[in-house]
Design a protein around this ligand. Structure first.
Ligand SMILES: Cc1ncc(COP(=O)(O)O)c(CNc2cccc(C(=O)O)c2)c1O
Length: 458
């Protein structure tokens, strides 16, 4: 089985043996998966030779772009030298040490300790156990509830999936105890007649209400994405995070910033916490940490949380691949490239301004009610009525799905979440590539609009 096999044969074998994540298997089997064979920069090639511009950087993760040989070389060298060893038995190795030290240097404030995992979900599972252990060592074992947001996304493990606030995920397999959700700062869909600023304050104050309802002696932590990603790139009103921070400080609960998407340059700084002035005790990282070239995640932990947990002796937690040497070595090389090639400056000074002008201009399209962009993660809200921010008559997500299908047909990858379209391209995207992305996005919106008209949905 190789890239050169006929696509139909690859699709048949895929359908026969490969169970896909978040996929309707029978639907895909009828259609056949699109087989991606190569990547270079912001471009993907599929098995039929089509050139696709990847507006989603894989899954929000390929920050330095595809096809950088330096990472393959580092992986091969490390694999030949020490392909694997663990850090359980009082042992360590240079890749884990060097990556942890680099992350401590890059992370803001006193976030100086790193617990590694193989994914963002696993890192959030670590965080659940960490914050509960922290209060246990401080002799407050009852302080174990974690407050999160509706429509937040924190992964697919039982812990990560429970921290997430997506009820369809909870419906498939359940939710663990001790996790509660408050409203999300999604002004477009839920702000009604309030100004964004008023709405942001209201949503943030739900945290104080929930703490008082539960009792501050029961609440261990609050977790939030600086910008909700999988929830639809929900950029909170300016009043939201300062109020969250005030409440966290007032009641002395721990703050976890989930930076799996917003980390490593995505918002125009190393971390989203810096963009929004958030002071977390723990940051969840993955995705852009390695630009997806190797599976790796982790938790960057403050001195204070680390020292308290360390007082308690051994923490009974860890994964076989925690700090995997090849993944760590590749992640370190990824960070070197981000730093030495000034990729975050490129986001802030070139790509974001160039894209923002063209992204905002999409609001002149009849379907587009709102366009938002922070760094290189953005969304447009599709609506039949911009003034009232109305939802479509068709089931939520139908219009988004149809628009996404047009994008794919036009060899542009964009994500839809409900009736919102999302972009998060590789951070190295150039102005001329942004022009191509916008041209294909506009064409897809026009085709989607025409289709809705033809089908009497608009
Ligand atoms: C904020 C956040 N936290 C944790 C995770 C879990 O990471 P892992 O997947 O590595 O376990 C994520 C992952 N986010 C994610 C993963 C897969 C698909 C999509 C999508 O938007 O389609 C988003 C995420 O976005």
């Amino acid at each position: 089985i190789t890239n050169h096999m006929p696509t139909e044969e690859l699709q048949a074998l895929d359908a026969a043996h490969h169970m896909h994540p978040f996929t309707d298997a029978n639907g895909l089997a009828k259609k056949g998966a699109r087989i991606i064979t190569q990547g270079k920069g912001v471009w993907l090639t599929d098995s039929r030779g089509e050139k696709i511009i990847d507006g989603m950087a894989g899954l929000w993760c390929v920050n330095i772009g595809y096809g950088r040989p330096e990472l393959a070389e580092v992986a091969a060298r490390q694999m030949n030298e020490l392909a694997y060893y663990n850090t359980f038995f009082q042992t360590s190795h240079v890749p884990a040490i060097a990556l942890a030290a680099k992350l401590a240097e890059l992370a803001p404030g006193d976030l100086n300790h790193v617990f590694f995992a193989g994914s963002g979900s696993e890192a959030n599972d670590t965080n659940i156990r960490l914050v509960r252990r922290y209060w246990q060592v401080k002799d407050m074992p009852e302080k174990r509830v974690i407050i999160a947001r509706t429509n937040g996304y924190h992964g697919s493990t039982m812990g990560g999936g429970s921290l997430g606030g997506m009820s369809p995920i909870h419906a498939h397999g359940g939710k663990i105890d001790g996790i509660v959700h408050i409203g999300q700062p999604d002004w477009w869909s839920e702000g009604g007649d309030m100004t964004p600023e008023e709405f942001g304050l209201m949503r943030a104050r739900e945290l104080e209400e929930k703490i008082l309802e539960l009792g501050v002696d029961k609440v261990a932590a609050f977790i939030g994405e600086p910008i909700q990603g999988a929830g639809g790139v929900i950029i909170p009103p300016s009043t939201y995070w300062p109020e969250i921070q005030r409440i966290v400080d007032k009641y002395g609960i721990l703050l976890i910033a989930d930076e799996v998407i917003t980390g490593f340059g995505r918002t125009g700084n190393w971390f989203g916490s810096q963009t929004f002035g958030i002071r977390p005790h723990i940051m969840t990282i993955a995705k852009g940490l390695s630009s997806g070239y190797q599976p790796i995640g982790g938790s960057i932990i403050s001195d204070e949380v680390f020292n308290v947990v360390a007082e308690g002796g051994e923490l009974y937690h860890g994964y076989t691949y925690s700090g995997h040497p090849v993944a760590a070595a590749v992640a370190l090389e990824n960070l070197r490239i981000i730093e030495e090639e000034g990729i975050i400056d490129h986001v802030r000074n070139v790509a974001h301004p160039y894209l923002k002008e063209r992204w905002d201009a999409l609001t002149d399209h009849p379907l587009v009610g709102e366009a938002k962009l922070v760094g290189l993660m953005g969304s447009i809200a599709l609506t039949p009525n911009k003034a009232t921010r109305a939802k479509f008559a068709s089931e939520a997500g139908t219009v988004g799905f149809r628009c996404r299908e047009r994008c794919f047909a036009n060899n542009l990858i964009m994500r839809h979440v409900g009736d919102r379209m999302i972009i998060a391209p590789p951070l190295v995207i150039k102005p001329e590539e942004i022009d191509i992305l916008i041209t294909r996005a506009r064409k897809s919106l026009d085709e989607c609009y025409a289709g809705l008209k033809e089908d009497g949905l608009l």
